[in-house]
Ligand binder design. Sequence first.
Ligand SMILES: C[S@@+](CC[C@H](N)C(=O)[O-])C[C@H]1O[C@@H](n2cnc3c(N)ncnc32)[C@H](O)[C@@H]1O
Length: 227
Amino acid sequence: MRMRKKRHLEPRMERCGELLLVRGRPCLNLKEAAENFRALFDYPTVFGNENPVELEIGCGNGGFIAELARRNPQTNYLAVEVCSNVILTAMENCMKEGIPNVRFLNIPAEILPCYLPERSVEKIYLNFSTPLPETSREKQRLTSPRFLPIYDSLLKEGGCIVQKTDSAEFFDYSLAKFREYGFRVGEVTRDLHHSEYAQENIVTEYERNFSQKGMPIYRAVAVKEKK
Ligand SMILES: C[S@@+](CC[C@H](N)C(=O)[O-])C[C@H]1O[C@@H](n2cnc3c(N)ncnc32)[C@H](O)[C@@H]1O
């Protein structure tokens, strides 16, 4: 079902302008844009400091990135979300609270290389990305072979992807694709909330829903090894 457009979406997006680095896509298809269009960020200009940068893809309503930013004021965070209706909530909450170290990109992850310099990101968070079990939609899965070279290019050596999901099938698929690509997979748990990683875990909106239904949460870290 399509979500109804939020009331006064446009003026509200405008009011969040200082947090929103980019919106929409260049006038090219996604593949052409990713290959040909470059408007790379200068992080010290964006954040006013040289702190390390981490990225969340598919941030939804932004509860995770806001809490991560509160806990780690010495790290800068970029949050990507393709849906304007959803990212608006994330931005309005961060604005209200005055969280200084988060910025937002309202774009599809496919065109991240247009804006983020190569080897500039320490960590990528993929929280409850849509599993898309249909074979015909494999390319849209955020851990498919279409996306892994993008993450590889954005990550610094030794950087990593942290994935959480409720779907065993999608988790197994992702681990296989990370390994095939050459990432080293570790910190694997099939029951995050009863694991050694539970204490530091920040529960996302989707995660709360799934765990309230008694579903286990899967988590792993895929590391880009030094060459
Ligand atoms: C299932 S929701 C999870 C939201 C949040 N991470 C959480 O755990 O509560 C997945 C989100 O990813 C976004 N998304 C899906 N594909 C995307 C893409 N290619 N680029 C950016 N965002 C995407 C969707 O719009 C949606 O908001």
